[in-house]
Design a protein around this ligand. Structure first.
Ligand code: HAM
Length: 427
C-alpha cells in the first residue's frame, strides 16, 4: 500500500459530526441577515494579487507574509483571498452595484492566510462577511453591531465583549502620523528591525508591535485619540449614543487598530476570553475610502466578518448542538428484489411526508441490518421481508425502548409515523 497523502498543514477537514453545528450557525446567520435586508453575493476565491495589495495595504502582515500568491500559467500574479472585503468591493464596482446606491451584502466561504497554525488560527478558515455600502452616518455602524449582537443572542452565545474604537479620517491620521514619526525617530535606536522598517512605510503599525522591548515606547507614544478630526469625534459619539440607547454594552479600546489598512473611523471587535489567544470572533469597521481606492466612485462603507471556526469552537464550549439530521426510521429489507422494490417505494412515500429515512441498500442478514439500524441513530426500524409482502404490512421495531414488535400496514405507515415522531427526541 502506498503512503496516504495528508492534508496541508493548517487546512482542516470538516467532518459530518461537527458540520451539524456549522449548519445551524450558518442557518441562524442567514435568518438574521435576512431580517436586516442583506443579500448574498459570491465572488471568486482567486483574484489578482494587486487587489489585495491596494486594499489591505502593502505594509501589513497579511500582504507582507501571509498571502498564498503564485503565478498562473499566463505569468499573472494571483492570490487566494485572505479576506472578503476587497473581493466584495471589486465585484460591486465591476458589476455596477455600488454606483449611487445603497447595498447591503453578505458572503460566506473559505479564506486563506499563511499564518502559523494554532488553536483558532488556520491557513484555510471560513468567514461570514457583511458589507453595507452607500451610508456614511453612524446609524449603520450601530445597525451592524446590533445585527451581530442579535446573532449571538439567537445562537445562545454568551460572554462576548464588544470593543470599539475610532481611527478618524485619513487626513487626521496623516497629521497624527507626522507627530508619531517624529516621536519614534527620537527613539530610533530602541526600535526593533520590523518597527524601524515600518517607521517610514506604515508607522501606525509600530504601535501594534508585540516586541517586549518596545512596550514602554509604545505606551508613552502620542495617542491618535488626541489628534482626531471633529467630525470623527462626533461620529463616534453618535455611535456610542445609539449603542447606549439599544443597551448594548461595550468597551472603548483606544489600542484597537486592526490589521488591515482600509479602515476609517469606527472599528470594532467581539472578543471572548474562553478561546485563549485567538479570542476575536468577529471584527470589522468603516472603510469610507476603499471603494474609490479600488477604482469606484467615492462610496462610504462599513462591515464585519465572523470567523466561523472560532464561533463554532465557542459554541461547542458553551454546549450548543446542531440540528439532529439522523434518520428517524431505518428500513431493513430481507428477501429478493420484490422486497427491495417495496422498500424503495415505502421509503419514498415516507420521505414525501417529511420523515427522514435510511434504507438498507446492499442486502445483509437481519442481524447485520439491525446493527446498521442502531448505528444510524434511527428511532425505529421497519422490516420488510416475504411475510410482510404477503400481509402488506411492515414489522415495526422500536430501537430505543422496550416495546413488542408489531405489524403496521403499508398504507398506514406515513400517518403512523407522523403521529409517533412528533414527540420530542424522535424528531
Ligand atoms: P479580520 O480581522 O482579518 O477582518 O478577520 C475577521 C475574523 O476572521 C477574525 O476576527 C477571526 O475571527 C477570523 N480569522 C481571521 N484570520 C483567521 C485565521 N487565520 N484562522 C481562523 N480565523 C481567522 C477581515 O477579514 C475584514 N475583511 C473584516 C471586515 C469586513 N471589515 C469590514 N468588512
Amino acid at each position: 500500500m502506498s503512503k496516504a497523502i495528508q492534508a496541508i498543514r493548517g487546512m482542516n477537514d470538516l467532518l459530518p459530526d461537527t458540520l451539524a453545528l456549522w449548519q445551524r450557525i450558518e442557518q441562524e446567520a442567514l435568518d438574521v441577515l435576512a431580517l436586516y435586508g442583506y443579500r448574498e453575493i459570491r465572488f471568486p476565491v482567486l483574484e489578482k494579487t494587486e487587489l489585495y495589495k491596494r486594499s489591505i495595504g502593502e505594509v501589513t502582515d497579511i500582504v507582507e507574509k501571509e498571502m498564498y500568491t503564485f503565478e498562473d500559467r499566463n505569468g499573472d500574479s494571483l492570490t487566494l483571498r485572505p479576506e472578503g472585503t476587497a473581493g466584495c468591493v471589486r465585484a460591486g464596482v465591476e458589476n455596477g452595484l455600488l454606483y449611487n446606491q445603497v447595498q447591503r451584502l453578505w458572503y460566506a466561504g473559505p479564506m486563506f492566510r499563511h499564518e502559523r497554525p494554532q488553536k483558532g488560527r488556520y491557513r484555510q478558515f471560513h468567514q461570514i462577511g457583511v458589507e453595507a455600502f452607500g451610508m456614511s452616518s453612524p446609524d449603520v455602524d450601530a445597525e451592524l453591531i446590533l445585527m451581530s449582537a442579535r446573532l449571538w443572542h439567537a445562537l445562545g452565545i454568551r460572554g462576548l465583549e464588544l470593543q470599539i474604537n475610532t481611527l478618524g479620517t485619513p487626513a487626521a491620521r496623516a497629521a497624527y502620523r507626522q507627530v508619531l514619526v517624529e516621536y519614534l525617530r527620537s527613539h530610533v535606536d530602541q526600535l526593533d528591525d520590523d518597527s524601524r522598517r515600518r517607521l517610514d512605510m506604515n508607522p501606525l503599525r509600530v504601535l501594534d508591535s508585540k516586541h517586549p522591548a518596545m512596550q514602554d515606547i509604545i505606551a508613552a507614544a502620542p495617542s491618535l485619540q488626541d489628534h482626531l478630526d471633529a467630525e470623527s469625534v462626533e461620529h463616534f459619539a453618535a455611535l456610542r449614543h445609539y449603542l447606549d440607547s439599544a443597551k448594548i454594552s461595550y468597551r472603548v479600546n483606544p489600542r484597537l487598530v486592526r490589521g488591515l489598512d482600509y479602515y476609517t473611523r469606527t472599528v470594532f471587535e467581539w472578543v471572548t476570553t474562553e478561546l485563549g489567544a485567538q479570542g476575536t470572533i468577529c471584527a470589522g469597521g468603516r472603510y469610507d475610502g476603499l471603494v474609490e481606492q479600488l477604482g469606484g466612485q467615492s462610496t462610504p462603507a462599513a462591515g464585519f466578518a465572523i470567523g466561523l471556526e472560532r464561533l463554532v469552537e465557542l459554541a461547542l464550549l458553551q454546549q450548543l448542538t446542531g440540528a439532529n439530521v439522523s434518520p428517524q426510521v431505518y428500513i431493513a429489507v430481507l428477501g429478493g428484489s420484490e422486497a427491495v422494490r417495496e422498500g424503495l417505494g415505502q421509503a419514498e412515500r415516507l420521505r414525501d411526508s417529511g420523515i427522514r429515512i435510511e434504507l438498507n441498500c446492499g442486502g445483509g442478514s437481519l442481524k447485520s441490518q439491525l446493527k446498521r439500524a442502531d448505528r444510524s441513530g434511527a428511532y425505529y426500524a421497519l422490516l420488510i421481508g416475504d411475510d410482510e409482502l404477503t400481509r402488506r404490512a411492515a414489522t415495526l421495531k422500536n430501537l430505543r425502548a422496550e416495546e413488542p414488535q408489531q405489524p403496521v400496514e403499508f398504507d398506514r405507515l406515513p400517518e403512523y409515523f407522523r403521529d409517533r415522531l412528533a414527540v420530542g427526541d424522535k424528531s
